[in-house]
Design a protein around this ligand. Structure first.
Ligand code: A3P
Length: 320
């Protein structure tokens, strides 16, 4: 009701007054909330989501750090989970962007609505959502219910370059873009949307080690190298393994093909459409390759990052 919303407004205003603040890469603010930098645009939505979301045991959630392959994983999860609910040549991916089909909690559903109706918001069952929220900050109902989380991580150097170029596109036209040095300095200190990067990745990594049936941890690079076996794993994890018939009919290959960078990038909807946040869909498709960092990073940056990666991942069992 209106009263509940306005008292939540007041509560929110009081809350943020005390949060540390930094400039984001694209020029707005980041607030330090529960150990992570949250963009001002979504902070309120993020807290609404945390406070109000009720997970179902059957829910599936795509969780990612920005620029690690969110768009790709949304397409793959959507196509795998719902493959028997539409004729193949009518895959909704052909007419809608991955971000329209698998909607973000904080960048979409809760963005201008603290109490969205989530009963009927997904066109297919089970419900499929996404978030950039760090594991530690997820609503307890997600952690405690039987819902499943699919996470994708990416080599930090590629993620960094992807984010730097993405932020430059988002930046106000009349303001100069962040230089590579400035961006590097921020990244090195953990300052970027939903960062620190390593805390985000390690949070999901540890949770997936402890509870592999609940959290599937994927890598961008592994998917590039061997899509088919990872897709089979994904289907198994989601409780919808590919049947022998499907495998002989080439369903696995069909999914990997329709979700490929080359295919999605060329679709009309992804060339022209715009996300609820105002970001054109084209911004989510740049190069889609592994190792593009080598065209940008200086030897000094590479050395710093290598040391940082080693230090942060030490003892975790995770490698890049
Ligand atoms: P690059 O900037 O390196 O090209 P996110 O979806 O998390 O925002 O990440 C965006 C990155 O994933 C971009 O990386 C983008 O090009 C790449 N990407 C988008 N769709 C992809 C796909 N279907 N396959 C592989 N990479 C994809």
């Amino acid at each position: 009701s209106h009263d509940v919303e306005s008292s939540w407004d007041d509560e929110f205003k009081k809350l943020v007054q005390n949060f540390p603040k930094e400039r984001s890469w694209a020029g707005s603010n980041l607030y330090f909330y529960q150990g992570f930098w949250c963009p001002s645009l979504v902070l309120k939505a993020f807290i609404s989501f945390q406070k109000h979301f009720q997970a179902f045991n059957s829910d599936v959630i795509v969780a990612t750090f920005p620029k690690c392959g969110t768009t790709w994983l949304k397409a793959l999860t959507f196509s795998t989970l719902y493959r028997n609910q539409f004729p193949w040549d009518e895959n909704p991916l052909l007419t809608f962007g991955p971000h329209q089909l698998v909607r973000f909690f904080e960048y979409d559903l809760y963005l201008n609505n603290p109490f969205p109706d989530l009963q009927n918001v997904c066109a297919y069952q089970p419900r499929l959502f996404s978030t950039h929220a760090p594991y530690a900050t997820l609503p307890t109902s997600i952690k405690d219910s039987g819902c499943k989380i699919v996470y994708i991580c990416r080599n930090p150097m590629d993620m960094f370059i992807s984010l730097w170029l993405f932020a430059a596109k988002l930046r106000d036209k009349n303001r100069e873009s962040l230089s590579l040095d400035e961006a590097f300095d921020k990244f090195y200190h953990g300052i970027s949307a939903h960062g620190p990067f390593f805390d985000h990745v390690l949070g999901y990594w540890k949770a997936s080690q402890e509870n592999p049936n609940k959290i599937l941890f994927l890598n961008f690079e592994d998917l590039k190298e061997d899509m088919d076996s990872h897709l089979k794993n994904l289907a198994m994890f989601l409780g919808v393994p590919f049947t022998d018939d499907e495998e002989t009919q080439g369903v696995v290959e069909k999914i990997s093909k329709i979700c490929s960078f080359e295919n999605l990038k060329e679709l009309e909807v992804n060339k022209k459409g715009v996300h609820t946040t105002g970001i054109p869909h084209t911004h989510f498709f740049r190069k889609g390759e592994v190792g593009d960092w080598s065209n940008y990073l200086t030897p000094f940056m590479i050395e710093c990052l290598e040391k940082l990666i080693q230090e942060k991942l030490n003892g975790s069992g995770l490698t890049f």
